[in-house]
Design a protein around this ligand. Structure first.
Ligand SMILES: [Zn+2]
Length: 385
């Protein structure tokens, strides 16, 4: 079988930091990672990455759009554009994320994801989607439109999942019927995630007993830590195995908070996300609507025109990794589990995705250590960038 041989790789994988390494790919799989001399045969492809980082392709479980397109647009092109932009960031698997919109719009978004899958997923892989809302706390909407907030309904989730798999759903644990809803989600293989929530710690404890293990964009749109009611932020620090999504743009969480999260929480339960919007990969000054609310991109920050709430980010995954590495000084071989492997474990792909290791799927990103941008991206053994 013809091989792809990557030479001069600085391999960064969970627990691994090896320079001058060789990676051998056969078909969709990684067959060898190490410092052996591997001779190329006729027909083999050789890529010399000149000492750049080679990491597991990023997995972004929370992103709404890019290149002026949003996943909830009725336009089928939106998923293609999102997946194309994500691939350019080095993301090899992505869960397009919906907004709090009508049921009809959610079904349409799922149909568009299905169309992308049927087209052979030409860019990043989209194995499933993330529903962010609509079952959230109306007082913690952030940039979500309160008009479409409704009570949890497993029937609604099932209808959407019938069209295209749903892997994650953000809901507020304190909403009426929230506990039953989370249990039913787990029964049908959907990971419930607490977010856009005004819950008290007691609410979280109850939901935890019912199986909740995920928090949507930790610290953003949730109850803060107070010394008499530790809220959801306190819960994130106290309950070690809550898988917390973190937006690492240094805006949604200030650098000191990023430092606190990454140095005080178990890295096995932190997941970097971008929560990027349609304005990511766009220029400053770009204005748009989100769930009926006006948003303006200014100085790289996407904020609601009215009220100034942050609406999401323009972050690239690699830049998030650089930000946390700079702020905390944590070695990349430890941080890198938060950009892919943790996500893979939780979503059931931990044996095939998230590591640069023999037997794993060859989803790889080559990162330029000066710009922190990808110079090559390989998906299922095929070089796409
Ligand atoms: Zn979001």
């Amino acid at each position: 079988m013809q091989k792809t041989i990557i030479r001069n790789a600085h391999v960064i994988s969970p627990g691994v930091d090896v320079e001058n390494a060789v990676i051998v790919i056969e078909g969709r799989k990684i067959r060898y990672v190490g410092r052996k001399r591997v001779a190329a045969k006729a027909g083999d492809t050789v890529i010399d990455v000149g000492g750049q980082y080679v990491m597991p392709g990023f997995i972004d479980v929370h992103t709404h759009g890019a290149l002026t397109y949003d996943f909830c647009d009725a336009d089928p092109k939106a998923v293609f554009k999102l997946a194309e932009a994500k691939l350019a960031e080095g993301v090899t698997t992505v869960l397009p994320t919906t907004l709090t919109v009508s049921h009809a719009e959610l079904v349409k978004a799922a149909k568009n994801a299905k169309a992308y899958a049927e087209a052979g997923m030409p860019y990043a892989k989209v194995p499933a989607i993330h529903l962010e809302g609509p079952f959230i706390n109306v007082r913690c909407c952030g940039a979500q439109n309160p008009k479409y907030v409704r009570k949890p309904s497993i029937k609604e989730v099932k209808e959407i999942a019938k069209v295209y798999p749903v892997k994650l759903i953000t809901y507020a644990v304190e909403t009426e019927g929230g506990d039953k809803f989370a249990k039913e989600c787990l029964r049908i293989g959907v990971v419930p995630s607490c977010g856009h929530t005004g819950a008290k710690f007691a609410d979280l404890r109850r939901a935890y007993r019912n199986g909740l293990r995920h928090m949507t964009h930790f610290c953003n749109q949730m109850t803060p830590l107070h010394h008499r009611e530790i809220g959801m932020v306190g819960a994130g620090f106290l309950v070690e195995d809550l898988n917390t999504e973190v937006i690492c743009d240094k805006i949604h969480l200030c650098p000191d908070m990023l430092n606190l999260v990454f140095t005080r929480r178990s890295l096995a339960h932190v997941q970097m996300i971008t929560d990027s919007l349609r304005c990511s990969h766009c220029k400053d000054g770009y204005a748009f609507e989100m769930g009926g609310l006006k948003v303006l991109l200014k100085n790289g920050e996407a904020r609601l025109v009215e009220g100034g709430n942050l609406a999401g980010s323009t972050l690239w995954m690699g830049m998030g990794l650089k930000n946390v590495h700079d702020v905390t000084g944590i070695p990349l071989k430890d941080l890198v589990r938060t950009t892919a492997w943790n996500q893979a474990i939780e979503l059931g792909w931990g044996r095939s995705l998230g590591k640069v290791e023999k037997g794993f799927t060859a989803d790889l990103v080559v990162i330029n250590p000066r710009s922190w941008k990808p110079s090559a991206v390989i998906v299922d053994g095929v070089q796409k960038i």
